[in-house]
Design a protein around this ligand. Structure first.
Ligand code: SDX
Length: 376
């Protein structure tokens, strides 16, 4: 038999390129954005500052932050074509498909499409960061028969996002928790959706195509879709005293418990403690469905039975629910944040591009001849 190539299914453990944007150290369970631990950024830095850091490599000084804030506020208005497209989609369309379609429409109307400079891509990234909240808000509101709410230029990114979704400025602890989630979701090295974006960019396709593809990858329940699935599981379980029976049943059927496990982290996801603290702040305001008790029981049950720990989607699911978001809107919130990471990676990929094109081992039929006289 010829030597079989070593196969790395799912590219597990394979280092495919270098990046300066973030590092994930599984041993110490740490995630660093451009060298800064996320737990130090979460709660102390705004999403605008973190976006600036990820795009430019350094935290902004006062003047740079002022400029960053001003440009984000100036770009929030949705183009008519995007508004019309979102409103024309059926209510049966999954909100992630709405986001994917909207990003594609933004790309199709890009008046600077011919300009392939890094500066033009940065401007596209800034547009996407500023416009995704409006898309997510418009979509959640239309599902409730509500009119779109105009952005408020006096509000920062996180507060304005919530204002556009709910039509009022929410209480400070809610804004805080939401901002923490946005900061934590922004970037995570070569995860599936970011890698997808880099694959598309590596063909020298355009930034909107890369982001559209990344949204598609993020939708899956093994990736970003898990935050929705966590809430669905809590809904199914109902009360904390039913967690153990539910868990035994799910594990006996060899099903995955959403919001647990990670390809890279084995000793816990470094983002969970900061998000759990934010969730605790929300639970302290009100917890009519007993989510806090279910959260603790499921975490304990999983640890006892499997040793598998929560990932970031576990605390964000109930947190977004308590903030008032509809469950299918959770993954679009992840996308609204991760668009910063995706676009940072697209720009990095293009800065020293190599077409991403791996090999495969062929396991189909042996070489054979097409039968004579058949066909046509
Ligand atoms: C994100 O990559 C990133 O950085 C992603 C992300 C980001 O910021 O971009 O962090 C965001 O995608 C978080 C992950 C969200 N997904 C989920 O919560 C879905 C549930 N989790 C799993 O399906 C799983 O843990 C993955 C997909 C996250 C990781 O899968 P791997 O690395 O391919 O591991 P595996 O599926 O091969 O599991 C290894 C073992 C298996 O048991 P055995 O067959 O060896 O006996 O662990 C078990 C699995 O069955 N296992 C689980 C489990 N996760 C792993 N069993 C039950 N429930 C789980 N959640």
């Amino acid at each position: 038999l010829p030597d079989r190539p070593e196969i790395h299914r799912g590219l597990a453990g394979v280092v495919v390129d270098a990046t300066e944007i973030s590092s994930v150290d599984p041993a110490s369970s740490s995630l660093l954005y451009r060298g800064y631990p996320v737990q130090e950024l979460a709660g102390t830095r705004s999403f605008e500052e973190v976006a600036y850091l990820l795009w430019h490599g350094e935290l902004p000084d006062d003047a740079e932050l002022e400029q960053m804030r001003a440009q984000e506020r100036a770009r929030r208005e949705l183009p008519d074509a995007v508004m019309e497209t979102v409103l024309a989609l059926p209510l049966t369309t999954h909100p992630m498909d709405v986001v994917r379609t909207a990003v594609s429409v933004i790309g199709a109307h890009d008046p600077t499409a011919e300009d392939r400079s890094p500066e033009a891509d940065l401007s596209r990234a800034q547009d996407l960061m500023a416009q995704l909240p409006g898309i997510v808000a418009l979509d959640q509101r239309r599902r409730h028969g509500l009119e779109a709410v105009d952005p408020r230029p006096d509000l920062g990114y996180a507060e304005n996002f919530l204002h556009m979704v709910f039509g009022q400025a929410p209480p400070e602890p809610v804004v805080q928790a939401f901002e923490v989630s946005m900061v934590l979701y922004a970037e995570h090295s070569f995860n599936a959706s970011t890698f997808t974006a880099r694959v598309v960019a590596s063909t020298l396709s355009d930034l909107h195509s890369a982001v559209t593809a990344a949204v598609g990858a993020l939708k899956g329940p093994l990736h970003g879709g898990a935050n929705e699935a966590v809430m669905a599981a809590f809904g199914e379980i109902g009360t904390a005293d039913r967690v153990d029976a539910w868990l035994d049943d799910v594990l006996a059927r060899k099903q995955k418990v959403m919001g647990f496990g990670h390809r890279v982290y084995r000793t816990g996801d470094s983002r969970v403690p900061a998000m759990k603290a934010a969730l605790d702040g929300l639970l302290a305001i009100d917890d009519p469905e007993g989510l806090g008790a279910m959260y603790a029981a499921l975490e304990r049950g999983m640890a006892e039975r499997t040793g598998i720990l929560p990932n970031l989607d576990y605390p964000t699911g109930p947190a977004y629910h308590l903030m008032g978001f509809d469950t299918p809107t959770f993954t679009p919130l992840f996308a609204a944040s991760r668009v910063v990471g995706w676009t940072a990676h697209v720009r990095e990929q293009l800065a020293h591009n190599a077409l991403i094109r791996p090999l495969s081992e062929y396991t189909g039929p042996e070489r054979r001849h097409v039968p004579q006289g058949a066909g046509r």
